[in-house]
Design a protein around this ligand. Structure first.
Ligand code: ADP
Ligand code: MG
Length: 467
């Protein structure tokens, strides 16, 4: 710990600040960053590799890429490759399907070329991923694109016998892709040698944390030599992920793909925001559900798995709802998704993490039953509706503990030409003046599960601590 972690201030102006500037006045690099909504914060961020030729990858790797039919790097690849190839730590925040796997595998191959020594058996690169499915997908990609570099890669995951996995390790490998649980088991058996690891990748960090892998991850990382490069990929940036990034990465460059303002400008989504105390949320939700056309597909986002279960149970009888969250098995998830897609249970109650990566179309309504941990997540959630020319509705409940997001939210609503109810505007104004809790504005005690740092962040409890 103790390393300086960059705040969110980008070193380049974010695209929206360029306002009405004539795009032709931008340098090619700035035009690229703006077009692809790339922001990077950190010291001396190198320019993105806008083409594969710019990467300096050896011809055999370029051939593999050509064979795969790819025409240019994806934005996350373009911006993270040059940074990773400077051996710097990175935290990359980009949504599913943005090409993150090759985003770290290509630098890993380059890294292996530099430091390969034929005599060692232990891996040089370790990739941690949340699930067996993901780990095997990564392995497949590593085999496919690493073939020409003669990269040896193996995959360690639970639910399969250890024997073959241990045999692969004994034969010697360059890259290990592993789920934290199984790797920890093998580590405790002293069947893996970590001394050569010099590149660590945490893929889908937010999901690993949501699945409860934090203790295993920390145990594993403690065994890896500290002189290493660490790359972290995540689709969201909640405080749990920030904390572990602060502990495991050294002076990272933060790269974001996607822009809040762009999505906010999606005027096809009508955004309703209302102040609803915790204890009234369920009743208000039921009113909203009753007012929708029958059979409309609706996603309701909750903050916790517990709320998900309780709520889907409570509204399930009248409306046909199912819950999806990180504690559900793959089989249960598949079942719930099929029920949702087929319209048998048109209401899905979900946590952010469970909903991530699900390509669910034709969603009419998004309900933010609990406000997410940040305005970016708000935008991603409501972005699930109003796609491809369809119109969508988003309902959002704000309660007192969400006060700290109110100002951002008001800005966003205004930017998208949406109505801002006076009580939301009030909350935004109140949230900006720290310290003085106004009577009637402070309902922590009715919230029950509020808890956590949030209530202190917004400073409602007096003391006038200021910022
Ligand atoms: P993520 O990890 O961000 O969800 P993946 O790494 O799984 O995304 O990539 C999504 C898909 O895009 C994969 O099928 C991958 O082969 C493909 N892909 C990766 N890089 C490129 C590229 N530069 N151009 C086109 N497709 C790509
Ligand atoms: Mg991925």
């Amino acid at each position: 710990g103790g390393n300086a972690f960059p705040n969110n201030a980008p070193t380049r102006p974010p695209p929206n600040m360029l306002g009405m500037t004539d795009a032709t006045n931008l340098s090619p690099v700035d035009a690229y960053l703006r077009q692809h909504e790339v922001t990077a914060s950190g010291d001396n961020v190198p320019a993105p590799f806008m083409t594969f030729e710019a990467t300096g990858f050896p011809p055999e790797i370029l051939r593999e890429i050509h064979l795969a039919g790819f025409s240019s790097p994806t934005p996350i690849q373009a911006q993270t490759w040059p940074i990773a190839m400077q051996s710097r730590d990175i935290v990359a925040i980009a949504k599913t399907g943005s090409g993150k796997t090759l985003g770290y595998l290509m630098p890993a191959f380059m890294h292996l070329r530099r430091c390969r020594n034929g005599t060692q058996n232990g891996p040089t690169v370790l990739v941690l991923a949340p699930t067996r499915e993901l780990a095997t997908q990564i392995q497949d990609e590593a085999v496919k694109f690493g073939r020409s570099s003669r990269v040896i890669c193996t995959c360690l995951y639970g639910g399969a016998p250890k024997g073959p996995q241990l045999r692969d390790l004994e034969r010697g490998v360059d890259i290990v892709v592993a789920t934290p649980g199984r790797l920890n088991d093998i580590l405790e058996m002293k069947k893996i040698d970590f001394r050569q690891i010099s590149l660590l990748v945490l893929d889908e960090a937010d999901r690993m944390l949501d699945m409860g892998f934090e203790p295993q991850i920390r145990k594993i990382v403690k065994e890896i030599p500290p002189r290493r490069q660490t790359l972290m990929y995540t689709a969201t940036w909640p405080k749990e992920v920030k904390r572990i990034a602060g502990d495991l990465l050294v002076n990272p460059v933060q790269v974001n793909i996607g822009n809040v303002d762009e999505l906010a400008a999606n005027k096809a989504i009508t955004q309703y925001v209302e102040v609803v105390p915790q204890m009234n949320k369920q009743r208000r939700l039921e009113q909203i559900l009753r007012s929708q056309e029958r059979g409309s597909r609706i996603i309701i986002f909750c903050a916790t798995k517990r709320t998900c279960d309780q709520l889907s149970h409570a509204i399930g009888r009248s409306f046909g709802a199912a819950a999806i969250h990180g504690d559900k098995s793959q089989g249960e998830r598949d079942y719930v998704l099929n029920q949702f897609r087929s319209g048998k249970s048109p209401i899905l109650v979900a946590t952010d993490v469970a909903a991530r990566g699900l390509d669910i179309k034709d969603i009419r309504v998004v309900v933010n039953y609990d406000f997410p941990t940040g305005i970016e997540d708000y935008v991603h959630r409501i972005g699930r509706t109003g796609r491809a020319g369809a119109t969508g509705l988003a309902y959002t409940f704000l309660c007192d503990q969400d006060r700290k997001y109110a100002a951002d939210l008001v800005k966003l609503l205004e930017g998208a030409n949406q109505q801002v109810p006076p009580e939301v505007r009030n909350m935004a104004a109140g949230g900006a003046s720290f310290g003085n809790a106004r009577p009637g504005m402070n309902r922590w005690d009715s919230g029950g599960s509020g808890g956590g740092a949030g209530r202190f962040d917004s400073g409602g409890s007096g003391g006038g601590a200021g910022r």
